[in-house]
Ligand binder design. Structure first.
Ligand SMILES: Nc1ncnc2c1ncn2[C@@H]1O[C@H](COP(=O)(O)OP(=O)(O)O)[C@@H](O)[C@H]1O
Ligand SMILES: O=C(CO)[C@@H](O)[C@H](O)COP(=O)(O)O
Length: 478
């Protein structure tokens, strides 16, 4: 494997660790100093667009991102964070049967409704922490059973994106030189990503095989769930340790060092609102997913399908850059004089409206301006996340401040309008890849046996400028 130039027996100085974020749109790699956590090198590579992707594209992007980050020669440990829920189905040879359906693919919405009808929302929330929606792996397996029965029959193992990449990085796969063949039983995962499948119980730490069989139609090999700092193995042909990895949001919480009172709001391809809690949650309404985190605790989370790409689309429509979009938005008043964008461009996960489309309300000659549209787009994005924050706190979660991260959080106008939409303080950490950074922190934990207390600095602390009119107008359009 060309990830590591030949070393004449020299072992890497155990000074550096690496973390990966294999997310929806791209793969990011960060190399951090073991002692201080400082970023030493970074790399990235893009992923194909779409909600159904050949996992091989993630593997090629991971190798490219590692190379662009300077390789792994001097790295002592690595861990992979990744987009949650993706359905990677493998046959007995270890080959990928079909493209992976991603978290943002909504074709399994009916399958989700069928599973809920068969088991009941309360029962599913009690057994798995969550009520499944189209994003969750189990619904995708049920779709596969119903829509592609021949492919479903060939499924020998089911993995998540980060599980499969960890397995490949260890040298396993259909072309594995291992005399035992692809060794599907070497697949591993972690608590946080397992908790997004809808066939694993965060409270007990066990798979719920009845739910897997109900979804797929038969049993299959599932990745072994490792503890938060358990070694998954080593990078092929090296002594570089690999950690269990994590779902991306749990990775971000680890990267931020999110503590009680912190609620993370991430504005990437997905919009997510989540916190670290000591106790699991089981929201039978389906709004809050009762996930596990990457430290042995829990991660109640609300996710939206529409997030940063609302602003991408609006900027493209207006023919402006992200910064110009932000400047335009700040020319309009809070509430955009009544112009409200309900941004369900790709359907929506929360609220669970997989077939919805976006709608612009309140258009008048006075509000149909570039500035009003720019502000309505940012306000619509943030109102969906503010509804998520309200749902999280309704589960008894303490919320003292919002930590605003993700690509769109880099925009000053998003930061400013967030302080108007959220009723609590908004802090913006230094820009960074917090998912990959959290994976690197996990790698350090695996290497040394201790979770390092690397510091995270805050770029901006926005004064609370809460403008109730924004959310009142948005709520009135439900
Ligand atoms: N300054 C900005 N303003 C608004 N959106 C931005 C800005 N910079 C990046 N983005 C958007 O953020 C998204 C990427 O964010 P990221 O958190 O890396 O996504 P993911 O991890 O889901 O792949 C893209 O849609 C990109 O266009
Ligand atoms: O579905 C969820 C969480 O439940 C998403 O958060 C995915 O994990 C994708 O994340 P990004 O690509 O937006 O980082």
């Amino acid at each position: 494997m060309a990830l590591r130039q030949a070393q004449h027996g020299a072992l890497p100085q155990a000074q550096l660790v690496a973390g990966v974020d294999s997310s929806t749109q791209s793969c990011k790699v960060v190399v951090r100093d073991l002692e201080t956590g400082a970023i030493v090198r970074e790399g990235r590579a893009t992923h194909p667009a779409g909600t159904s992707v050949d996992p091989e594209a993630w593997w090629l992007a991971l190798k490219a991102a590692i190379q662009s980050a300077g390789g792994l020669d001097d790295v002592a440990a690595i861990a992979i964070g990744g987009q949650q829920h993706g359905m990677v189905v493998l046959d007995e040879s270890g080959a990928v049967i079909r493209d992976a359906l991603l978290w943002n693919d909504t074709r399994s919405a009916q399958a989700a409704r069928d599973l809920i009808a068969e088991f009941g929302a309360e029962e599913l929330a009690s057994r798995t922490g969550s009520v499944p929606v189209a994003s969750f792996t189990a619904t995708k397996l049920r779709w596969l059973r119903d829509a592609e029965p021949e492919n479903a029959a060939r499924v020998a193992a089911v993995a998540l994106p980060h599980d499969w990449l960890t397995w490949r990085l260890r040298g396993f796969g259909p072309d594995s030189a291992d005399p035992n063949g692809p060794v599907l039983t070497e697949l591993v995962t972690d608590r946080s990503d397992a908790s997004g499948t809808s066939y694993w119980d965060p409270a007990t730490g066990d798979y719920d095989r009845e739910l897997l069989v109900a979804a797929l139609g038969h049993d299959a090999i599932l990745p072994r769930v490792l503890g938060p700092s358990e070694r998954a193995g080593t990078v092929a042909d090296s002594e570089i340790l690999i950690g269990p990895g994590a779902g991306d949001n749990a990775g971000a919480a680890l990267g931020l060092g999110a503590a009680t009172g912190d609620v993370v709001v991430s504005i990437g391809t997905s919009g997510t609102v989540f916190a670290v809690t000591e106790a699991p949650t089981t929201d039978a309404t389906g709004t809050v997913a009762g996930f596990a985190d990457a430290t042995g605790h829990f991660l109640p989370l609300v996710a939206t399908l529409n997030a940063a790409r609302i602003l991408d689309a609006t900027a493209a429509l207006l023919g402006v850059s992200h910064d110009e979009l932000g400047a335009l938005a700040l020319e309009a008043p809070a509430g955009s004089d009544g112009l409200v964008l309900q941004p369900y461009f790709e359907g929506e996960r929360t609220p669970n409206l997989p077939d919805a489309t976006a709608t612009l309300f309140g258009m008048t000659l006075a509000t149909t301006t570039r500035a009003h549209l720019a502000r309505a787009a940012i306000e619509g994005l943030l109102c969906g996340l503010a509804d998520g924050l309200a749902a999280i706190t309704s589960q008894g979660v303490e919320a003292q401040r919002v930590l605003l991260i993700g690509g769109a959080a880099l925009n000053p106008a998003v930061q400013r309008i967030a302080s108007e939409v959220f009723p609590i303080a908004v802090h913006v950490p230094e820009p960074g890849e917090y998912v990959a950074g959290g994976a690197a922190r996990q790698a350090a934990w695996v290497l040394t046996g201790e979770l390092p207390s690397w510091s995270t600095s805050v770029l901006a602390e926005l004064d609370v400028a809460y403008a109730p009119v924004i959310r009142e107008q948005y709520a009135a359009r439900r």
